[in-house]
Design a protein around this ligand. Sequence first.
Ligand SMILES: NC(=O)c1ccc[n+]([C@@H]2O[C@H](COP(=O)([O-])OP(=O)(O)OC[C@H]3O[C@@H](n4cnc5c(N)ncnc54)[C@H](O)[C@@H]3O)[C@@H](O)[C@H]2O)c1
Length: 257
Amino acid sequence: MVQAVQGAKVVVTGAGGGIGAALARRFAAQGAQVVVNDLDADRAKAVAEEIGGLPVPGDAASTVTEARDALGGTVDVYCANAGVGRDGGEPGQPLDEQGWALSWDVNVMAHVRAAHTLLPDWLERGSGRFVSTVSAAGLLTMIGTAPYSVTKHGAYAFAEWLSLTYRHRGVKVHAICPQGVRTDMLDATGSAGDLVLKPTAIEPDDVADALFRGIDEDRFLILPHPEVAEYYQARATDPDRWLTGMNRIQQHWETTR
Ligand SMILES: NC(=O)c1ccc[n+]([C@@H]2O[C@H](COP(=O)([O-])OP(=O)(O)OC[C@H]3O[C@@H](n4cnc5c(N)ncnc54)[C@H](O)[C@@H]3O)[C@@H](O)[C@H]2O)c1
């Protein structure tokens, strides 16, 4: 049992499947009271029923108040997990303005709105935990999808900003940055995902394991694929070398997709 989450009031967005469902199950197994949010009402209800949680269907970008009300007005842990993977249209194709807007709304602004709503109470109480399901794409980049790469960098930057701004006031922040995880989203990434994510993909439960180790060890950065630390270091140390390597993958993808 992880002491920090026993009896905690937890919200997990996008918890009707994939990583969110694994997180919701793990929090419930640790004795937490869990709000299961998902855009898909049936999936939210099914997971909530399974774990004895509370379903709050709806868009994660606008349901934080409803989720807090379902827990009686207090949230101890907020998992900003729902995310969308869209491509933005390559040059020569129409710019997908809607795809970009949706990516900003769900991958970044949903986190900003949730934090804005929850922080006054957390700062008053001197405790609160914000878990952001980012992606390794937020530290590195994902070939084939500019909106995903850019907005996941935004999600990581926001989590980092929250952590450095409020860590002395009792607010804990964790940024989960996995590469491929076997979920519907991975299946939807097509040939780019097949090339760079599927070969090392892990299970949603592995992500939950990594988060709970990170909570136990009080760590901000959660890397379910530990090799991502080396890639992140390589990117920071020699950006041109790293970009050349990534471009080689891009070129390989162009010949195989
Ligand atoms: N699967 C991967 O390889 C991978 C890798 C790194 C990061 N991630 C991130 O993990 C998070 C979860 O992804 P997943 O792979 O479990 O996806 P998934 O598609 O398996 O599940 C996502 C769930 O979120 C719900 N959802 C989508 N938009 C929503 C919204 N606006 N509000 C509420 N619910 C919404 C969907 O209905 C679905 O049930 C995302 O933020 C994703 O970017 C996934």
